[in-house]
Write a protein that binds this ligand. Sequence first.
Ligand SMILES: NC(=O)c1ccc[n+]([C@@H]2O[C@H](COP(=O)([O-])OP(=O)(O)OC[C@H]3O[C@@H](n4cnc5c(N)ncnc54)[C@H](OP(=O)(O)O)[C@@H]3O)[C@@H](O)[C@H]2O)c1
Length: 355
Amino acid sequence: MTDNNDTFPEKQKAWLAIRRGVPSKALRLDDNVAVSSKLQEGEVLVKVQAAALNHIDYMLLGLLPNAFVGRPHVISHDFAGTVVSSRDSKIKEGEEVFGAILAPTQHKTGQGALAQYVRVPAKFVAQRPQNITPTQAAGIPLVALTAYQVLFEIAKLEPEQSLFVNGGSTAVGLAAIQVAKALGCKVTATASGKNEELVKSLGTDVFIDYTKTPANEVLQRDPPSPKFHAILDAVGNIDLHLWTHSEAYLAPDGIFVSVGPRPSGAGDLPLLVRYAWEAFLRPTWLGGVKRKWRMVQVKENQEHLEYIAKLISEGKFKFVVDSVYEFDDVPKAFEHLMTRRARGKVVIKVDPNVA
Ligand SMILES: NC(=O)c1ccc[n+]([C@@H]2O[C@H](COP(=O)([O-])OP(=O)(O)OC[C@H]3O[C@@H](n4cnc5c(N)ncnc54)[C@H](OP(=O)(O)O)[C@@H]3O)[C@@H](O)[C@H]2O)c1
């Protein structure tokens, strides 16, 4: 065990989720939050340099009442920083790391990324590759883990197979394109024209501008040969056409993976019911699509993060940062993320002097 109480204070600044609602009303910047320094075996305390926002942050904030999610708790999942205390045999004090603490652990422990210090199991972090800064690293874990888990664990993609990414310019899509290309797969991706150059620069072989013609129509008219081995819907729209027409362009033993539906409000309930019916309830003998459908549920995983870190070190995975905000400007940063127009990650400087 390496414990050095001189290196961190008892109290810290942190953004707390205090009630259900929109970020501007449901979050509070508090400068008197206890630093959780009593580590259990296998845990580390990280001095956070930068954190990043994800859609799940405000979705849970707007959806679930306090009793379900242990509020108040520190918000956000992705972080990069320095280990200041460790009770782990692998990740030691002084190491520069990046990682994610996801909702189940966050709600149980109250810990989150938008704080000066976060206490996490060491297996949630990996060493930060030295060719990227903390600001660049902070946005990577959650979306890269999602991409890794979709491609390797759910789709079980192999070199030379083909992947279709709906939403190539989403942060999840950008990560999936790069992981698939590093594996040696062929990638087709959608984005709007303004993001064509970005998704192609990361290796996309075939580009579809979804603002001109819906992707399912383009693919039905001119299906790939052979058909895709996997489709990742990284947009999460509740428009189901991509799935309901997928027999035309997804191989019979292929798989359709969704990041989950994206309701815009309570009024979308009938659409959500239709989504559930079409995606996983409707049997094929009642006209259901004869393809496998799965929804990804990202999990922390050190080995997966180390795989991404290796790709970064080798120059095969480029971080894409949309914007960087100061710690006091978190509500403004959420407003920007919620436009769903970001090109890459929305990052928060927790240490104002971080690169
Ligand atoms: N289930 C899980 O475990 C899991 C894990 C991670 C993320 N997610 C979900 O995955 C989704 C994506 O997250 P993210 O952070 O990657 O999103 P993001 O980066 O914020 O997405 C913004 C991008 O989406 C593009 N976009 C918007 N509508 C589009 C459409 N109809 N077709 C194609 N592209 C479109 C925008 O490009 P244009 O401006 O060019 O349209 C913009 O570049 C979210 O709903 C998130 O909650 C789920």
